[in-house]
Design a protein. Sequence first.
Length: 262
Amino acid sequence: MSSVMSLLGRGAAAGTVAGLLSGGFSWFLVEPLMDRAVRWEAAHEATEPSGHAGHHAEVFSRATQHAGLLVATTLTGLALGLLLAVVHLLLHRHAPGTGAWPRALRLAAAGFTGLWLLPFIRYPSDPPGVGDPGTVGVRTQAWLGAVAIGLIGVALAWALHGRLARRGHGAPARQLCVAGVLGAATAALFTLPGDPDALTVPAGPLWDFRLWSVATALLLWAALGATFGLLGERAARRSPRTAPRGGLLGVPASPVEPSTPR
């Protein structure tokens, strides 16, 4: 039980660090783009007929949203860190202390691909204030469907890679099969409905925001994997080692010569 709690603690710590880093990155580099998009959307609404303007009323001011950014990213990182720890426990419960660094990086890469990258390919991020509030439910359901497809694709690719490795297949065969599964998952994403809202944001600011969103997500998952791996390596080094068989207080006993019959 103590090892499980230690693993969850490492996941929580790694997630908190990753959330703070990605939140700080977004605050200083992405938020100015978001502010510009909100101002553009407000100016665009001002030119609409009076019957259509004002449906994007701000619930919280941008200053309040800025203040809540670090809280939101930290909580997101914390949840992802705990999720990473639980998945690590389920996959590697028989050898928890070996290879913590590569395992953490592989799990973080899989999480980034399934939870963020594949859904992003189908539904790229849009700046705040973009989209009709009446279609929020439809867009949320579509995005959750994309996440489900992404996670299923990554899980199948992971299981296939492990099965082929156990059967002695080489790296090219394993990697090509994984690429094929992820390609099929990407194709399945495009069976989902498209974005119901027409984008009115200019292409330049829109793609600037999307590229910074990619950078923020990469930072979050990279920091999560690296911190979780480093903490795992540290825990493995500090774990008590089994004393040599027959020794006392760490001093090995003298070998015993086998007795010979007289």
